[in-house]
Design a protein around this ligand. Structure first.
Ligand SMILES: NC(=O)c1ccc[n+]([C@@H]2O[C@H](COP(=O)([O-])OP(=O)(O)OC[C@H]3O[C@@H](n4cnc5c(N)ncnc54)[C@H](OP(=O)(O)O)[C@@H]3O)[C@@H](O)[C@H]2O)c1
Length: 273
């Protein structure tokens, strides 16, 4: 993928997620007139990368810098301090892209100005290995080219999906944002259940880990939906069937997962205010 930009891309915050984005941009052929990073510390790994200039703070930027995109990748609780100084870059030709969880478009309109073009994105941690999925939404000030540019920028860490309704973002956060934690828990639970069934812990942990990873990859690359893949490994009266009788009971996994994602969605709404 090649995304051409005529003016610099400014990344504010280069921690885990900002770093994953930057690596993705540099590795996936995104060309920028220059990528500039503002990061108080911890960006040493990116020093010397072609086209990337690192600053400690906004004061270090050239006075005439005119970024095409400003990407906010600081923690939500750091945003009150980080975002407002960037209001000086608000113009019809500059778009602000935030990946901060639970931080709304209205929040940025309040800090940057109602005329700011704002794109809100929700990534997840597999972005660190280029296998994330990010959902993207924007305000009415953002034009199609800016939306497409931001979609391409987050797609450097995996898949990207656009939605028109920002109201979906709490459920998105609950499903794909928090989702990696549910999968890690599934691995832990399967391993523990294997230990309870008599396996040595090391073996149970490896079996659980590689089974989840391999099944995810199989589901991703297969033309068949997960339900079909499940049926394919379930012989009537066999061992898998016996386990699924438990997992698919009325009070089984679907009920628990629905409650969990509903709880996370509610919490997202509360945090967004
Ligand atoms: N990690 C995830 O799984 C995940 C998933 C979805 C969304 N997100 C979102 O991604 C954002 C970043 O999360 P993260 O996990 O990457 O956090 P992180 O590793 O803590 O990265 C944030 C970075 O921003 C720096 N920073 C703080 N204040 C700044 C300022 N005023 N100007 C420039 N840089 C500043 C921090 O430096 P210091 O360390 O010196 O404070 C830190 O290096 C969050 O808003 C989060 O909601 C993360």
């Amino acid at each position: 993928m090649t995304t051409s930009m005529e003016r610099p891309l400014l990344l504010v915050g280069c921690g885990k997620m900002g770093g994953a984005l930057l690596s993705g941009w540099l590795e996936s052929g995104i060309t920028a007139a220059g990528v500039e990073v503002i990061e108080p510390m911890g960006a040493a790994a990116f020093e010397g990368r072609p086209g990337v200039t690192i600053h400690d703070a906004i004061d270090g930027l050239a006075g005439d810098l005119d970024p095409e995109v400003v990407v906010f990748a600081v923690k939500p609780q750091q945003m009150d301090e980080a975002a407002p100084p960037f209001s000086k870059f608000v113009s019809p030709s500059t778009v602000f892209l935030s990946i901060a969880a639970g931080t709304t478009i209205a929040y940025f309109e309040d800090r940057l100005g109602a005329e700011a073009a704002i794109v809100r994105a929700m990534p997840n941690t597999p972005a660190a290995i280029g296998q994330g999925i990010t959902v993207v939404t924007s305000n009415a000030t953002t034009n199609d080219a800016q939306r497409e540019l931001c979609r391409a920028l987050v797609a450097a860490t995996g898949e990207a999906v656009m939605v028109d309704d920002e109201g979906l973002m709490d459920a998105v956060t609950a499903l794909s944002g928090s989702g990696p934690a549910y999968v890690f828990l599934l691995i832990e639970c399967m391993a523990e259940a294997g230990v309870q069934a008599g396996l040595p812990r090391d073996l149970a942990e490896r079996l659980a880990l590689v089974t989840v990873a391999g099944s995810g990859q199989l589901a991703l690359t297969s033309d068949a939906p997960p339900s079909q893949l499940r049926e394919n490994v379930t012989s009537p009266g066999g061992t898998t069937h016996e386990a699924l009788q438990v997992l698919m009971a009325d009070d089984g996994l679907q009920k628990i997962m629905t409650e969990a994602i509903a709880a996370a969605t509610r919490r997202g709404r509360e945090l967004a205010g």
